[in-house]
Design a protein around this ligand. Structure first.
Ligand code: PAF
Length: 279
């Protein structure tokens, strides 16, 4: 069943008894989303999927306009996967007026991905808080692919006592390693070849973990440097080793868990990926 307005959602949600797991998405669903939905079905009586391209988390209007919108196909996937409710509001349904009160990711929202996309994580946290208020889920599932998003959402639920259990699901990859993303559909065949360098860089970094943080960054950086000379080239935005909880950069002598995170542009398409590592 698809509902569009908060009032329709409230009525449909009220009819669900038992536990509810929410899978928040921006649509253009792929195998990665299917894996989130399947994991959600394992832990709850009902699954709600939200499909909303949230304007608050986009810096550039062009990026927002370009984001794929495929609601019919998304609804078909949800039906196949046994989703109880698809919530697909319009921007006016979600933001009937300019919000005065929003949620800030604080320092965590200004580093790594947040440094490249100012305000992005505040926009994510604001919409996720609204979705939690509207859907009232027991749990919500997010992909490890957006590792920093996952980390700030964990802090959101803990710091504001939202009572929603945050569940992380592993990144789903193509056979050659490219992480699934709704943005992959924008890659031309040649760009798709170059784009695999993101995951190759991460795997090279993982293979160098015994050399410590500097060795990991050197090994991963070498793969990105080679891809920068490919045709079409990869244009690196960042390659960082970050603390998996705070996302601040880790130092040379770091021991324990960390996230190796990369962002790069191939043609017009900006891609991100990451790998959890243990030092
Ligand atoms: O990961 C996404 O698709 C979005 O950032 C989310 C969590 C649905 C919020 O708009």
């Amino acid at each position: 069943m698809i509902v569009h307005t908060p009032a329709e959602l409230a009525a449909a949600r009220g009819a669900l008894s038992g536990t509810v797991a929410l899978v928040p998405t921006m649509g253009a669903l792929h195998e990665g989303h299917r894996s989130l939905i399947r994991a959600a079905r394992e832990i709850a009586d009902h699954v709600v999927v939200s499909v909303f391209v949230n304007p608050l988390q986009f810096g550039e209007k062009a990026d927002l306009d370009r984001y794929p919108r495929t609601l019919e196909a998304d609804a078909a996937i949800c039906a196949e996967e046994g989703v109880a409710l698809v919530f697909a509001p319009s921007a006016a349904d979600m933001y009937p007026r300019e919000p005065v009160v929003t949620v800030s990711a604080g320092e965590m929202g200004t580093v790594v991905e947040g440094a490249s996309r100012p305000g992005h994580f505040d926009g994510v946290l604001t919409v996720v808080t609204k979705l939690f208020g509207l859907v009232r889920p027991d749990s919500a599932l997010f992909g490890q692919k957006d590792a920093q998003q996952l980390a700030v959402i964990r802090r959101l639920s803990e710091d504001l006592n939202l009572g929603v259990r945050i569940v992380a699901c592993p990144t789903v990859r193509e056979a050659d390693g490219l992480a699934l993303s709704s943005r992959n559909r924008f890659l031309s065949p040649d760009e798709r070849v170059t784009a695999v360098a993101l995951s190759r860089a991460l795997f090279a970094g993982r293979d160098a973990v015994e050399l410590g943080p500097a060795g990991v960054l050197a090994a991963a950086g070498a793969v990105l440097d080679a891809a920068a000379k490919a045709e079409p080239p990869l244009d690196r935005d960042y390659l960082v080793l970050a603390d998996s909880v705070t996302f601040s950069p880790v130092t040379a002598g770091h021991s324990g868990p960390a996230v190796l995170a990369v962002a790069a542009r191939v043609g017009e398409t900006r891609l991100i990926d990451n790998l959890p590592l243990e030092f």
